[in-house]
Design a protein around this ligand. Structure first.
Ligand code: HAS
Ligand code: CU
Length: 574
């Protein structure tokens, strides 16, 4: 075994670790169920908002939007990533999970949490059930959901914490047997992502358990909305890197192999993950530039931290593209750019991930625009922001996960993908659909079209302020959204039909080559997880201590609060 935990020329993952393969399959199937339902919600919304097809009442728009958001950005992404992380830990440490029973426990908790939250959301469609959770995936006060929704979230998050503990235990066991070896790269990526997640979820755990759940149960009368918003964004920014880091894990460790090459630099990859651990959390206030009640200075600090946080992604762009180029040159590619033609574009796993990376370059750019305090005022709460996150989580992450499925499926099920051509068409359709939809969303945002509304037109206000006609943007959004839905159906259909195929015979090469510049080329301190965690905690305390203190001092821990019921209106308004 190499330092990177690579096993050359051995059996499939499924043969070496049957129990772990079963668990990973379960997490992936759960992710795909969430993807299917969530995507349907997306189609309904895109057609409703643009006015082409309206099968729901506008009053139900937020129920659909919450279903779409929660199922896709919380259930689909996180179920998929716990599968990738389990796969990556097992294969890179070359050892099974410590206790299968424990692993299935966290998986079942995550399922239970999703079902609880899902039932609370779906109940919103049925008027006779006095339950709803139309609070969107940004579930802060003053919107209030049924307690079942918050309880489901809490159970789900506890499941992810236990999953992280599972992987740490694997690593501790490995460590006790191999004293001076560097942590294999994939394991390093999983552990740093989880440390980041533990810090980030402190915010949402306090928000939900101390404030929102007791409030929705009626145990406390009111909450401080700004406090719950701030605690939400304490988690709400780093969660985006929790989705992104597994995609990066795949770009760093699988994509170079698919391109026919090797990762350019292992130490650089470690630096990137350490930077995410350090910087992901102390930036959350960049979602609150327009919130009154947070001093401008704190917002400025969040902006500065955000600009530093661009660094790991810029490093990734360099390292991953360099690795791909190395692959192309290994395959005979030459010239400044003509090597691009030598890449394995017929391989859907490669093409999907490469297109996801290309789109992320655009999504990263719109993120930089969001992050600038003054430009943010222009785009905040407009359609620009959904444009941004459909490129990031909706493509960099989602398309990478779908493309990775084409590579993981044979290792996990011994079934070949039913149709590589359909798979190729699927990833290209996603790219085209998203180009149309996100481009129109960004442009719509710039001319002032708001986000989060079923009726984006205000009477007496023309949005087409010289940019383009609103009609053209509407058409692009509806068409793009429809293509994305078709792409999802092709993906799920292809995967399901693959499972009905006969088990494959012959070789499937699931080994991963070591990096060109290996871990020993970097300083050992990179692997000092305790040190990086301590620094990360200090940075969080510095970024959040004073703002949170000021919010509590001004507005009280549990008040003044705003009740969601209209009954308070006459008291507050003159
Ligand atoms: Fe963001 C809002 C700033 C990245 C997700 N973001 C959101 C929301 C979501 C989201 C969901 O500062 C909306 C939340 C809500 O509902 O209100 N975001 C940033 C910045 C980055 C960023 C600075 N966001 C992400 C990622 C997400 C995500 C990643 C999900 C996964 N975002 C913001 C801000 C807001 C915001 C403000 C608030 C807006 C508002 O007003 O409400 C950066 O991390 C981006 C860095 C990225 C780059 C790109 C590097 C390029 C790479 C590509 C390499 C190419 C390859 C292909 C591999 C600098 C790595 C090679 C292929 C070949 C063929 C060669
Ligand atoms: Cu953010």
């Amino acid at each position: 075994m190499s330092a990177d935990g690579e096993l050359a020329g051995e059996q499939l993952f499924l043969d070496r670790f049957p129990a772990e393969a079963r668990l990973v399959r379960a997490t992936l199937w759960s992710a795909f169920v969430a993807l299917g339902i969530g995507a349907l919600g997306g189609l309904i919304q895109a057609l409703h908002r643009t006015g082409y097809v309206r099968i729901i009442e506008s009053a139900d728009y937020y129920t659909v939007l919450t279903l779409h958001g929660v199922l896709l950005v919380i259930s689909f992404t996180i179920f998929f990533l716990v599968g990738v992380f389990t796969w990556a830990m097992t294969r890179s440490l070359d050892r099974p999970v410590v206790s299968e029973r424990f692993s299935w426990t966290w998986y079942l908790l995550m399922v239970a949490g999703t079902v609880m939250a899902g039932v609370a959301i779906l109940a919103g469609f049925v008027d006779s059930i006095p339950m709803s959770a139309d609070v969107l995936f940004t579930f802060y006060a003053p919107l209030q959901a049924h307690p079942l929704f918050y309880a489901g979230l809490a159970v789900f998050i506890i499941g992810t914490w236990m999953a992280g503990f599972d992987w740490f235990r694997m690593w501790w066991r490995w460590r006790s047997e191999t004293d001076d070896e560097r942590i294999p790269l994939q394991a390093f990526m999983v552990l740093t992502s989880m440390l980041m997640w533990y810090i980030a979820t402190l915010g949402v755990a306090i928000e939900v358990v101390v404030f929102l759940l007791p409030w929705s149960l009626g145990l406390i009368e009111q909450v401080n909305p700004l406090l719950t918003r701030t605690l939400f964004w304490f988690f709400g920014h780093p969660v985006v890197y929790f989705w992104l880091m597994p995609a990066y894990l795949l770009w760093y460790t699988v994509l170079p192999k698919l391109a026919g090459g090797r990762l350019f630099s292992d130490p650089l990859a470690r630096v990137v993950f350490v930077l995410f651990l350090l910087l992901s959390t102390p930036v959350g206030i960049h979602h609150q530039y327009v919130d009154p009640g947070i001093a401008e200075g704190f917002k400025f600090i969040a902006m500065t931290n955000t600009m530093f946080l661009l660094l790991p992604s810029l490093l990734t762009a360099f390292t991953v593209v360099a690795s791909i180029e190395h692959g192309a040159r290994q395959r005979g590619g030459e010239g400044y750019l003509s090597w691009l033609g030598e890449l394995p574009w017929r391989n859907p796993a490669f093409t999907g991930m490469a297109l996801a990376g290309l789109m992320f370059a655009a999504g990263g750019f719109s993120g930089m625009v969001n992050a600038g305090m003054n430009i943010n005022y222009l785009v905040h709460n407009t359609l620009w922001v959904p444009g941004h996150f459909h490129l990031t989580v909706g493509t960099a992450v989602a398309l990478t996960f779908m493309a990775a499925t084409y590579w993981l499926l044979p290792q996990l099920t011994r079934r070949r993908i039913y149709s590589r051509s359909i798979a190729l068409l699927q990833v290209v359709l996603w790219f085209v659909g998203m180009t149309l939809m996100s481009n129109a969303m960004h442009r719509g945002g710039l001319i002032g079209i708001p986000r989060r509304t079923a009726e984006p037109q205000y009477s007496g206000f023309a949005f087409d302020a010289g940019f383009s006609t609103v009609g053209e943007l509407r058409l692009q959004i509806a068409l793009g959204g429809t293509l994305l839905f078709v792409s999802t159906v092709l993906f799920l259909g292809n995967v399901i039909v693959s499972l009905l195929e006969r088990p494959m015979t012959g070789e499937f090469d699931d080994t991963l080559p070591p990096a060109l510049s290996g871990p020993d080329d970097g300083p050992e301190v990179l692997d000092n997880l305790a040190l990086w965690t301590a620094i990360a905690l200090v940075l969080v305390a510095l970024a959040y201590g004073l703002p949170l203190g000021a919010i509590v001092a001004d507005g009280g821990l549990f008040g003044p609060g705003i009740s969601p019921s209209p009954a308070w209106l006459p008291e507050v308004l003159p």
